[in-house]
Design a protein around this ligand. Structure first.
Ligand code: ATP
Length: 350
């Protein structure tokens, strides 16, 4: 049975913003699931509606098979960690962590023992008496996680849990979060607008736009085979090359290159206008003419550390190629970029 089943969920805010639009989603038991998408696409609204902090306009939310759409947050058995951690500033670390148990009216001894255990587990030993204001961002995040954990929720909801950390700490906290989630095997949904974070952490990702899911899949699926132009242009730290093309027999001609039509695109009619997508990572750069390569002149070379992003001007279209360290050309050079077999994607809706 799915841990979370969302059916036809719609949320229209007063004022008419349709933040969720008849959205369907199943999250499996024990899964680490990411909601990814641009600002305003409805990620936080979805999380808050699952938590019961927003009321659904229509549709249902079921947890472990039980319909909770009309239940208040306290009766849903979910733990939520907010972006700003929402710690109580006047309480000590241990009292913050123990708070959910106080609400559940557990004995003082039990509260203290469980909070101390959670604090140790999250590497907060020795900090129990401090106030949140006396902690680093990473430590505050761990207190928020510990507080959510002590209540042993069956579902964990995290809203941009790493966004307040600096780049180095973020990487560390990411690894920590992944290990924690696997150890506890608690179904976890987290919201992020950082695709590197989603790709690194999640078992599966839902890419959202305008209150709908545009693609649902593993990080590899979403990265390698974006289902549509929206996902193709959204995913990838160096954006995918998207070039206008035309089907000619069993080939596609785009930016002067003639590429074999992928098997799954055989049904496209000759003369059809399409968009040809290929990631900069999946192009091989060379300084000699090659059949089926994009030919152009190097306009920009950006060093990425370990590799370089080369921009070729191909018939007026910029084509980006990732080139290994030491092999980068100079601006003004002639260059050829050959797509690797099976790495060219075609889209109709462009
Ligand atoms: P971000 O990444 O910027 O946090 P998001 O994907 O989490 O964005 P939401 O916060 O869920 O997006 O917002 C979805 C849409 O609903 C946006 O257009 C937003 O302006 C609108 N919205 C959010 N909260 C409210 C509210 N309380 N009242 C009215 N409109 C709202």
């Amino acid at each position: 049975m799915a841990a979370i089943t969302i059916s036809e969920l719609t949320k229209v805010y007063p004022g008419g913003v349709r933040a969720l639009d008849a959205l369907d989603l199943d999250v499996a038991d024990g899964e680490f699931f990411a909601l990814l998408g641009p600002s305003g696409c409805g990620k936080t609204t979805l999380l808050r509606t699952v938590a019961g902090l927003e009321a659904a306009t229509s549709g249902t939310v079921a947890l472990g098979g039980a319909d909770v759409t009309r239940l208040p947050p306290g009766r849903r058995d979910v733990g939520m960690v907010f972006q700003d951690y929402a710690l109580f500033p006047h309480m000590s670390v241990l009292d913050n962590i123990a708070y959910p148990l106080k609400i559940k009216k557990r004995s003082k001894a039990d509260r203290h023992a469980r909070a101390a255990e959670a604090a140790d587990y999250l590497g907060l030993e020795g900090l129990g008496k401090r106030r949140p204001g006396e902690l680093s961002g990473g430590q505050q995040q761990r207190v928020a996680l510990a507080r959510a954990l002590v209540a042993e929720p069956r579902i964990f909801l995290l809203d941009e849990p790493l966004s307040n950390l600096d780049a180095r700490l973020r990487l560390e906290a990411r690894t920590f979060l992944k290990r924690l989630q696997k150890e506890l095997a608690v179904t976890t949904v987290f919201v992020t607008h950082d695709q590197a974070e989603a790709l690194a952490l999640a078992d599966r990702i839902a890419v959202m736009d305008k209150g709908r899911i545009r693609q649902l899949g593993t990080p590899t699926e979403v990265f390698r085979r974006p289902a549509n132009l929206f996902v193709a242009s959204f995913i990838g730290s160096t954006p995918m090359n998207l070039l206008p093309g035309r089907v000619e027999g069993d080939h596609v001609v785009a930016a002067g290159a003639s590429l074999p039509l992928p098997d799954e695109a055989r049904a496209l009619a000759a003369g059809e206008e399409i968009v040809c997508g290929v990631r900069p990572e999946y192009l091989d750069y060379g300084d000699r003419p090659v059949d089926g390569a994009f030919a152009g002149r190097v306009s920009v070379v950006e060093h990425l550390g370990g590799s370089a992003l080369v921009t070729l001007d191909v018939e007026g279209e910029p084509v980006h190629v990732v080139v290994g360290e030491g092999r980068e050309p100079a601006p003004g050079d002639e260059g050829w970029a050959l797509p690797r077999p099976g790495r060219v994607l075609l889209y109709r809706d462009g």
